[in-house]
Design a protein around this ligand. Structure first.
Ligand code: SER
Length: 378
């Protein structure tokens, strides 16, 4: 079985041998002034360099970056989405063109990871003739799609461009259909031709240099290479799933460990609120089954394993203390809030005014009322 650690080594060695310098991973915390709260893609810390600033390590880079995506929160729990995940990346900063990146990608998948070429399918942006020709020459079937599927940007502003996504067949038997028609094609790697920049005004202008940004979802790649049905079945999830069978709980706890490890504390705003919501979603699910469950009973092993995997500089015991402290606060809030909400609900459905009253006078946030007290799914 190819371990997750081995995938990382194979990927980074491949690019090192092709002249790429390894960039150190950044934390999840984005720099001041960044429009988003958390690092959400491998390229994120490299944004200024993709836009043209010279990088001190040169024009060919590779690395492993932890990422957090709250946009996928509702999909977490399916087979392939995680809140915090790791992304292997390679970058050509105005150096080699996209075709070279695609050819290397194919070579690494086939020879480095042993993926049979007949289990590959790609998607290509409609109009990206160079990528289409390259895949035709390599003999990989390509599906041509539009902007909604094959144009990548990291939010409203910043570098962007057409992309080519690589999928691996995970079904039993020979592949059928295409990535957009059969979910058993799992996307593992995205190669973005970073040729444009979208600006605050909503326009898109060409960049002075043409770069390539690739990102491979590490946990998904491990799922494919380890022959697992879901990302929750891979080696690095084993310490979690052994103690927490619920996928959403396992995902959110593991994600919380990384977020706390990167220095965030639960709070009512910004990053702290994302963390607070993750912990509350965990507790809501746990207490639905058994109101006596406590994060204090969580063994230290999975926390320690995650701290180690992400090379966080934090004591696992401290992480658990943060979670338990938040659990106490949440428990107190529920005890205080329940009778208040019940009293209001006895008069009829909650009004905007009720929600403001609960929030402003009692510190009970709207989402909590909607998700927990009003019986909506958390
Ligand atoms: N930025 C692209 C992505 O996150 C490729 O790295 O998918």
């Amino acid at each position: 079985m190819t371990s997750t650690a081995r995938i990382v080594d194979t990927f980074l060695d491949f690019y090192r041998e092709r002249g790429h310098a390894l960039v150190r991973d950044a934390t999840l915390i984005t720099p001041d002034g960044d429009p988003v709260l958390f690092t959400s893609a491998g390229m994120h810390p490299l944004t200024p360099y993709l836009e043209g600033r010279p990088h001190p390590l040169g024009r060919r880079l590779a690395g492993l970056q932890r990422c957090l995506r709250t946009t996928d929160l509702d999909e977490v729990g399916d087979d392939t989405h995680l809140t915090v995940f790791q992304m292997l990346g390679s970058w050509s900063l105005g150096d080699y063109p996209g075709e070279v990146s695609l050819r290397w990608g194919y070579e690494l998948l086939r020879d480095g990871f042993g993926v049979p070429p007949e289990r590959l399918h790609v998607t290509v942006f409609d109009g990206d003739e160079n990528s289409l020709r390259t895949w035709e020459q390599l003999g990989v079937p390509a599906e041509i799609l539009g902007e909604a599927d094959n144009w990548w940007s990291n939010g409203a502003t910043g570098p962007c461009g057409p992309d080519s996504e690589i999928f691996v067949w995970t079904g039993e038997g020979p592949p059928t259909g295409t990535p957009s028609s059969d979910r058993r094609w799992v996307e593992v790697w995205n190669h973005v031709m970073m040729r444009y920049r979208s600006s605050d005004s909503g326009g898109t202008e060409p960049l002075g240099q043409s770069s390539v940004d690739t990102g491979m979802g590490l946990e998904r790649m491990a799922m494919v290479l380890q022959g697992c049905r879901s990302v929750f079945d891979i080696d690095v999830f084993e310490p979690w799933t052994r103690v927490v069978p619920d996928r959403v709980v396992a995902d959110h706890l593991r994600s919380s460990v990384v977020v706390v490890g990167d220095g965030v504390h639960p709070s009512n705003t910004g990053r702290g609120y994302v963390l607070r919501r993750l912990v509350r979603r965990v507790l809501t699910r746990l207490w639905r089954d058994d109101p006596k469950r406590s994060l204090g009973d969580l063994p230290i092993d999975p926390i320690g394993a995650t701290v180690e995997q992400f090379r966080l500089r934090v004591d696992p015991e401290y992480v658990r203390d943060v979670l338990v402290y938040e659990e106490r606060r949440f428990g107190a809030l529920l005890r205080r809030g329940r009778p208040l909400v019940e009293r209001l609900l006895a008069r009829g459905p909650l009004t905007e005014e009720d929600l403001h009253y609960l929030h402003d006078t009692h510190g009970i946030p709207r989402d909590l009322v909607e998700e927990v007290f009003a019986g909506e799914p958390a």
